[in-house]
Each structure stands twice: as structure tokens, then as C-alpha cells.
Design a protein. Structure first.
Length: 359
């Protein structure tokens, strides 16, 4: 690993410029937050006047990730709950008093389309966020379906900034989440994080050391409940950008079951606790008892390869976005080290082709 030149690998392997998309993360969020308001979309005023029971967020993969982030933000400071549905169908309990947010980067995700059509036929109010495709066309066919265009030309997982910022701006405009007058300061700090972790322009020895260990060892990601969206997105980014598996553990739940297995008695051929790279994701707003649990876990971990990755910032939103930036850079670096184009998703494309030949 010491002889690996990430810049040269990026030139040879990064065919769709995932590095460039990562550098544009904060710019994408800035643009998206400004793109959605009631002046541009007058129908937002009607949605704001409605007493919704909650929001059901439809989507898959990178397009669904924003729903997870909205859900934890609403758990902390929202007026109604957000439930994420990754499927072709809607839950049995759902009714048209729930606002439907249907997100698909391409607009052609079959699960999202199927669930959205069910909702529309049942009289639901739907907001679609996509770059086009079949979903955007539904807004032309149904009076109760509204469309917010996103930005295309890149893989869905790299478009998280475009997608989530529009979702967040919508929730603020409707009044589901409170507005903030500190976005500018937050985005300025986040841009510094983008620059600091840009491994092409940085030779941070701690970052290189972490990448070195992650490249050769099993990976586990641990953190508190409210950081679950960041943990899961980290896992998914490693899956797609680097073709690597990663385990996720959530505090405090894991202390009531998984902690026993971390003692090492149950090591198997695929997972040795003592040889695992453990990344503890934290932030300033953790519950004090959860923080105590995490500190105990750090002190008693059987692995010598453990890092704390702290989501800086004054709010949960900023901490989550801070962690997103770090995970994007790390997962892309992992792909390059393994000789993988971070944009390549051959298995997913093969499955889509197979499904396209089935009824």
C-alpha cells in the first residue's frame, strides 16, 4: 500500500469522475436547498396547509438514502414521522393521509414506480423527485402528483447531495422540519471537510494509514441510532464503490445481543474480531448513556485497528453530512486500491438485464 499512488490509480480507473462528483458535494447541496420553495412550486403552499399523518418515502438504493436521513431528522425535530419503504408495495396500514415522497434518480426504478402507482390510484398526494423517466411523467397524468426535477448525468449514489437537499428543502417549505438560518456557515465548514479528505490533494498520514488497514481487513461500522443512515450509507458506498462488505452495529441495541459475539468466541472463517477494522461513528449530540456504552466498547474492543470518526457540527444534520463526505472519500479510495473503477456496478446491471427479460 505504501507504494500505491492514488492519483495515478484515479486517472486510470475513475472513468465517470466519482472524485469530481465528491468534490461537488457541498455545491450540490447548496444548489438543491435553493431550488425548492413555494414561489417556484406554488402547490407547496397547499401541502403546507394539510395535516398529514406522516410521510412515506419510496425509493431504492442511493435514491432512498435521503429518506433515511429525513426520518432521523424528523425523529429529533420534525412535526410528523417519516417511514422509508423500499419495495413494490405499500404497507397495509397506509392511507391517503400520508404524504408520499417518491424518489428515483433515473425516474425508472421499478419498485418506486409500482408503489407510486398504487398510491396514486388510492388517491394519495405524491411528490416525485427524479431527473426524468417514468416517474416524472406521472406528474403529467395525475393532478395529485407533483414533480421536482433533480440533476442527472451521474450515478445515483454520487447524486445524494442533489437529491437530499431537494428533499430537505421540501420538508422545510411544508413545515415538517424547521428552517435554519445557519446553512451558510454549515456549508462553509463542510466544504473544508471535502477539501481535507480529498486524497488526491492531501497526504494526511492518518487517512493513508486507515485506508491501508481497510484495504486488507474485514470492516465493521458502529454508532448510535441517530447515525444509522450514515452507517448504512457508509456500508452501501463500500459495497458499490469498492466491492467490499461491511458490518453495521447500532448502539444501544447491539449491547443487548451482538456484544457477546464481539468477545471473539464465535469467530469464524469469514470474520475474526481481532483482525477487524472498526470504525466508531460519533457526534456531539449522543445520549450520555449511549456515549458511555460506546466508550466501554472502545476500551474493550479486541481489535487494535479501531478508529473514531467524529461527525463535527452544531446539529445532527451537519454531523450526518460531515460523515457522508468522509465515507465517500474512503469508499472511493478503497475501490482504487482494489483496482476497481468506483463507478462500476456490473452485477447490478446484469440483474437489471435479467429482470428486463422476465415478465
Amino acid at each position: 500500500m505504501a507504494d500505491v499512488n492514488l492519483s495515478e490509480l484515479a486517472t486510470a480507473l475513475d472513468t465517470e469522475d466519482m472524485i469530481g462528483f465528491t468534490r461537488a458535494f457541498v455545491e450540490n447541496i447548496t444548489t438543491g436547498l435553493r431550488a425548492v420553495n413555494s414561489e417556484r412550486y406554488p402547490w407547496i403552499e397547499e401541502l403546507a396547509k394539510t395535516q398529514w399523518h406522516g410521510v412515506i418515502a419510496l425509493g431504492m438504493g442511493g435514491s432512498a438514502a435521503g429518506g433515511d436521513f429525513l426520518s432521523v431528522l424528523c425523529n429529533q425535530a420534525g412535526s410528523i414521522p417519516v417511514i422509508v419503504q423500499r419495495d413494490y408495495v405499500l404497507p397495509a396500514w397506509w392511507n391517503d393521509r400520508w404524504l408520499v415522497l417518491s424518489t428515483s434518480h433515473s425516474g425508472n426504478t421499478e419498485e418506486a414506480i409500482a408503489a407510486t402507482e398504487i398510491a396514486l390510484k388510492s388517491g394519495a398526494t405524491v411528490v416525485v423527485i427524479s431527473t426524468g423517466g417514468i416517474l416524472s411523467g406521472l406528474a403529467e397524468l395525475h393532478y395529485n402528483c407533483h414533480f421536482i426535477p433533480s440533476i442527472g448525468g451521474q450515478p445515483p449514489r454520487s447524486a445524494f447531495g442533489h437529491i437530499f437537499s431537494r428533499q430537505l428543502a421540501l420538508f422545510r417549505s411544508i413545515g415538517i422540519l424547521p428552517n435554519s438560518d445557519k446553512d451558510k456557515e454549515m456549508l462553509t465548514r463542510l466544504q473544508l471537510v471535502v477539501n481535507d479528505y480529498d486524497f488526491i490533494n492531501s497526504d494526511d498520514p492518518e487517512l493513508i494509514e486507515l485506508i491501508t488497514y481497510m484495504a486488507t481487513q474485514p470492516i465493521s461500522l458502529l454508532g448510535p441510532t441517530e447515525l444509522t443512515p450514515a452507517l448504512n450509507r457508509f456500508k452501501n458506498q463500500l459495497n458499490e464503490n469498492a466491492a467490499r462488505f461491511a458490518r453495521v452495529g447500532i448502539f444501544p441495541e447491539m449491547n443487548h445481543n451482538e456484544s457477546v459475539a464481539w468477545g471473539g468466541v464465535g469467530d469464524d472463517a469469514d470474520f475474526s474480531v481481532g483482525e477487524t477494522v472498526i470504525l466508531f461513528l460519533t457526534w456531539n449530540g449522543m445520549h450520555s448513556r449511549v456515549a458511555n456504552r460506546l466508550e466501554w466498547m472502545i476500551a474493550h474492543t479486541p481489535s487494535d485497528m479501531a478508529w473514531r470518526i467524529h461527525g463535527e457540527g452544531e446539529t445532527l444534520l451537519e454531523a450526518l453530512l460531515h460523515l457522508c463526505i468522509i465515507m465517500d472519500w474512503l469508499s472511493i479510495a478503497m475501490g482504487l486500491v482494489h483496482g476497481k473503477d468506483p463507478s462500476a456496478i456490473d452485477s447490478i446491471n446484469s440483474l437489471k438485464k435479467f429482470l428486463g427479460n422476465k415478465n
